[in-house]
Write a protein that binds this ligand. Structure first.
Ligand code: SF4
Ligand code: SF4
Length: 62
């Protein structure tokens, strides 16, 4: 279940440096998660850290 960033992302950039796998990058309109790289932060954090830091809660797990 990789993290997915919704279209409501405001491109604040807060989640990008927090990802331990460098899975988040800018897409055509907003930031996006590479599902091949996202591991839900297992081994690094108790919870997905991108979800924890996003100020508008626009990241979910699918
Ligand atoms: S859940 Fe963790 S590994 Fe996946 S994109 Fe977010 S910060 Fe990166
Ligand atoms: S923290 Fe949330 S709003 Fe900011 S860039 Fe990441 S997904 Fe978008």
């Amino acid at each position: 279940m990789p993290a997915v960033i919704e279209v409501s992302c405001i491109n604040c950039d807060m989640c990008v440096p927090e990802c331990p796998n460098d899975a988040i990058s800018m897409g055509t309109k907003h930031f996006q998660v590479d599902p091949q790289l996202c591991t839900e932060c297992i081994g690094y954090y108790d919870k997905p850290t991108c979800i924890a830091v996003c100020p508008i809660d626009c990241i979910g797990l699918v």
